[in-house]
Design a protein around this ligand. Structure first.
Ligand SMILES: NC(=O)c1ccc[n+]([C@@H]2O[C@H](COP(=O)([O-])OP(=O)(O)OC[C@H]3O[C@@H](n4cnc5c(N)ncnc54)[C@H](OP(=O)(O)O)[C@@H]3O)[C@@H](O)[C@H]2O)c1
Length: 372
């Protein structure tokens, strides 16, 4: 598994890419970089939300992609790509006897699965990118750098992925990967909420999509409450940058802490939908009383107090230095709305996150009554 280290190529200067959209544009780091030799890339889980963006970006830059999945999710998405069918749960046989320049692991949630794939592929690839999550951190009441303490799980044999175990299991997945892959060949990326076209969670998408309906709309906390997200295209670009530039190490994939707020999300949502809503800012205490905290009814936003804490804040300095570039959130909003409008009504009829209209009306009435 030895290879010559190519020179790390720093992100070039940003150019002006404002185009017909009227949005301030950002040239991606990759646009300013030199040509790279074509790489063969194996993507574990390339057909869900984030995978297809990575597949397209890798192909756009001239690399070849092989997919590995069970054939259940968007099976007909990439008919021209080589797909090896298999289940990570004991079914990696189809990967035997192949070599790739790099592996991108999007589908690792269970430590045993990650141990098996890294053990098997270590000698057959020169880079392993593990997509982790900011949920790995132990403390969401504090600011987290990449070296901050991670969550742990008492019983490391647990494999059931729940809201409770997800973060600690991903942290253990990272550990298993690090035990099998040399540190100069391992890249661990920890995204926060990923937003953009293809998002099947509707968490960030809820806010602009709901805004487009107009009327009185519940907004939690205060307009100054900060949120952190990452555009799926920026994540995908960085993944391919890591492949091409042999970027190793661990990186949070987030927008800058305190750089974007709920108030800005409201303003951007209104601007990109050309709709005005009457925002009803409910207090954190009211949100707790109404049982709105902890689920997906007020997605992306986190209260400042209470058990779930402030949701944490996550440093992006290291990733920025390595070349991560974030587009303006309003571009994410614009593009996710365009994508949303292509979906069938069976999908768009009911959002998977956020308040349903009847509940929202009830909450507004209760909040107004309390204030009267
Ligand atoms: N969404 C977010 O906001 C967010 C935030 C932070 C981190 N992440 C991380 O992002 C990654 C995935 O995101 P995603 O939303 O793109 O996932 P996804 O939509 O659920 O896609 C999962 C992909 O993995 C494949 N897959 C799932 N189980 C498999 C198995 N047992 N064996 C083989 N292939 C399997 C699926 O294809 P088949 O069904 O055909 O097998 C599909 O291609 C995860 O690592 C997650 O922790 C997501």
């Amino acid at each position: 598994m030895k290879h010559g280290r190519r020179e790390f190529i720093k992100a070039g200067a940003l150019g002006a890419a404002a185009a017909a959209t009227g949005l301030p544009g950002l040239a991606r780091a990759s646009d300013a970089q030199q040509e790279h030799r074509p790489l063969s890339v194996l993507i574990l889980g390339g057909t869900g939300f984030i995978g297809p963006h990575m597949v397209r970006e890798a192909l756009r830059r001239g690399h070849s992609v092989t997919l590995f999945n069970r054939g259940r999710t968007n099976a007909s998405l990439f008919p021209d790509l080589e797909t090896i069918k298999g289940d990570r749960d004991g079914g990696l046989d189809g990967l035997a006897g192949h070599d790739w320049d790099a592996v991108v692991d999007n589908s690792g949630y269970v430590p045993r699965h990650v141990q098996e794939s890294t053990r098997m592929l270590a000698a057959h690839s020169q880079r392993y990118i593990f997509i982790s999550t900011v949920s790995v951190y132990a403390d969401f009441n504090s600011h987290n750098e990449e070296d901050s303490p991670l969550a742990s799980i008492d019983d490391e044999s647990i494999e059931e992925v729940t809201g409770e175990t997800y973060g600690a299991l991903k942290a253990l997945c990272e550990k298993r990967a690090a035990a099998e892959i040399d540190s100069d060949q391992l890249t661990i990326l920890r995204p926060t909420y990923i937003a953009g076209p293809g998002d099947h969670t509707d968490r960030f998408s809820y806010w602009p999509i709901r805004t487009r309906r107009g009327g009185s709309m519940v907004w939690p906390g205060t307009p100054a409450d900060a949120i952190q997200v990452v555009d799926v295209r920026d994540l995908a670009n960085f993944v391919v940058d890591c492949l091409e530039n042999e970027i190793s190490g661990t990186y949070n994939m987030v927008n800058a802490p305190n750089s974007y707020t709920m108030g800005e999300l409201l303003a951007d949502s209104q601007a990109m939908t050309a709709t005005s809503v009457e925002p009803v800012w409910i207090s954190e205490g009211f949100a707790y009383e109404q049982g709105l905290i902890g689920g997906r009814q007020l997605p992306i936003w986190h209260p400042k107090t209470g058990e779930s804490g402030a949701g944490g804040s996550f440093s992006v300095d290291r990733a920025r230095k390595a070349g991560l570039r974030g587009r303006p959130e309003r571009e994410t909003i614009r593009d996710l709305l365009s994508w949303w409008d292509t979906l069938p009504v069976e999908r768009t009829g009911k959002l998977r996150a956020g308040l349903d209209p009847a509940r929202e009306a009830e909450l507004i009435a209760a909040w107004m009554a309390r204030k009267a």
